[in-house]
Unconditional design. Structure first.
Lengths: 228, 266
């Protein structure tokens, strides 16, 4: 679907709905990455000026050094038309883990009308517990200050953050957003749903009853223990 | 000052709503408060039997609402406790014989004459429950330490909150210390952890409750048992008194500690 616009030894650019995808060749020697980025800055300024860029590392395992080259390149470009990185894509779990640990946005950016994005950005702050039989559904992120009891349901098109116990059903990214996450300060939910995927949670898991962040990575549920 | 209208409810059936209504009503009446117990379980009435007043029913709550009789004519006065009254449900009718508005009006009327109006709610979350809760100013939620009953109680608490019936207080009925100690039954702490509402009483599983129910003599009218003490304490706590909770979960404890507990009466 992308249209090729420029070719270098290590990277090439593709036009996408969200902006530009900067793909790092899987087989290329990364020693040339620095010089390629510099060349791109000089020759491709007209393309990159003001562009929204997604950096795609494909299957390759990338180190901090390469990431910092990109960061350096984009920070230097700041004064000339401000291209900015929307997100980072990697099909390699080690690289993806590193990118997430750095706090970067990962995955293909969501596209949609600006009004839809605006609506989705609005968060719902719910300052009660959700008891059995109660259900809240919201287009944006949902923050529950109380508990979600067994039999209660929270459905959100965005992320779900539960500051109490999560014992009921939480469905994040209900519109199909695989990048949505669920966090609970005390995670005791027997089932979680993100986008169109469902996972059954084993009570003997080490993170059961603890602070946990649940997300999807390559279609697989990943849980990260997180105490706050 | 108008009296307090307390709906006694649970969601699940058979957890002890009627027993709690009868015993707490009798306990408060015995302490000098003017109390009426109202059976809102139309078509499946039981409160009359538990209170031992089934032979004295002439008119019912539905008769009052339909204008067949006046309110005082339908009230049954308990001869054992001068301040205890009872308003029976109709057994030959169904829950749709009354509306929420009619029940709310009836409660408002009773509030003028009584310190406490206890409404014994039917099980379930449908019209019968909503009618019972319609005129209530506060609620007693009864549960047993079983997962199913606790989940239903959670559901009912959510509904009471949306009906703006507050405060909502919890009664945990039929606690079996032996099972709790073995880890085979939810403890009081477990139930409170799940439901997160104020506890007003813990009632142990006690044979005397079954006997008193069958005889139609509320425990709080005389019998001395742990359950009787527990119901009495619920009454006291409802009047605002600070009463320590009985250590029911350890009362079956053997050995020196258990013996000492028994010697000193907890």
């Amino acid at each position: 679907m992308g249209q090729e616009t420029c070719e270098l030894r290590t990277i090439h650019l593709k036009g996408e709905v969200y902006g530009l995808r900067m793909v790092v060749h899987e087989q290329a020697d990364l020693k040339a990455l620095g010089s390629d980025l510099q060349r791109l800055g000089e020759e491709g300024e007209h393309i990159l000026s003001g562009a929204k860029v997604v950096v795609d590392f494909q299957e390759r395992e990338i180190g901090l050094q390469e990431v910092s080259l990109f960061l350096e390149y984009f920070s230097r470009k700041g004064e000339r038309g401000e291209p900015r990185i929307l997100s980072w894509i990697s099909n390699n779990s080690t690289t993806l883990g590193m990118l997430k640990n750095l706090g970067f946005v990962t995955g293909i950016p969501e596209t949609g009308s600006s009004s839809e994005r605006e609506r989705n950005r609005k968060s719902l702050l719910y300052d009660h517990s959700i008891r059995s039989g109660q259900r809240i559904e919201h287009g944006g992120d949902v923050v529950v200050l109380g508990n979600v009891h067994d039999g209660g349901e929270v459905v959100s098109r965005g992320n779900i953050l539960v500051l109490g116990k999560l014992q009921g059903v939480a469905h994040a990214g209900s519109g199909g957003d695989v990048g949505a996450t669920i966090f609970a300060r005390i995670f005791e939910a027997p089932q979680v749903r993100i986008a169109h995927k469902v996972s059954y949670v084993d009570q003997s898991s080490s993170w059961w009853g603890k602070g946990s962040l649940v997300m999807l990575e390559d279609g697989v549920f990943v849980v990260q223990e997180m105490d706050i | 000052m108008p009296g307090r209208v307390v709906v006694v409810t649970s969601g699940k059936g058979g957890v002890g709503k009627t027993t709690t209504t009868a015993n707490v009503s009798a306990s408060l009446a015995g302490k000098g408060y003017k109390v009426i117990a109202l059976d809102a379980d139309i078509g499946l009435r039981n409160l009359d039997v538990v209170l031992g007043l089934e032979n004295r029913i002439v008119y019912t709550l539905v008769d009052v609402i339909e204008g067949v009789c006046r309110l005082p004519q339908a009230m049954v006065r308990d001869k054992r406790v001068p301040n205890l009254f009872f308003l029976p449900a109709a057994q030959t009718r169904t829950k749709d014989a009354v509306s929420s508005e009619q029940m709310a009006d009836l409660c408002k009327e009773l509030q003028q004459d009584f310190d406490f109006v206890f409404v014994d709610s039917p099980a379930g979350i449908e019209a019968g429950f909503r009618n019972a809760a319609a005129g209530a100013t506060e609620a007693l939620v009864v549960t047993t330490p079983e997962v199913s009953a606790v989940r239903d109680a959670d559901r009912i608490i959510g509904m009471l909150e949306s009906l703006e019936v507050t405060p909502i207080r919890l009664v945990i009925n039929r606690v079996r210390p032996d099972l709790v100690q073995r880890g085979d039954m939810l403890s009081v702490a477990d139930v409170l952890d799940i439901l997160a509402i104020d506890l007003v009483g813990v009632v142990p599983n006690d044979d005397s409750v079954v006997v008193s129910t069958n005889r139609g003599e509320p425990l709080t009218l005389g019998t001395q048992s742990l359950a009787c003490k527990a119901f009495d304490n619920i009454g006291l706590r409802m009047t605002g008194e600070e009463v320590p909770f009985l250590d029911i979960e350890h009362c079956g404890q053997k050995g020196l500690v258990g013996t000492l507990r028994k010697m000193f009466g907890f």
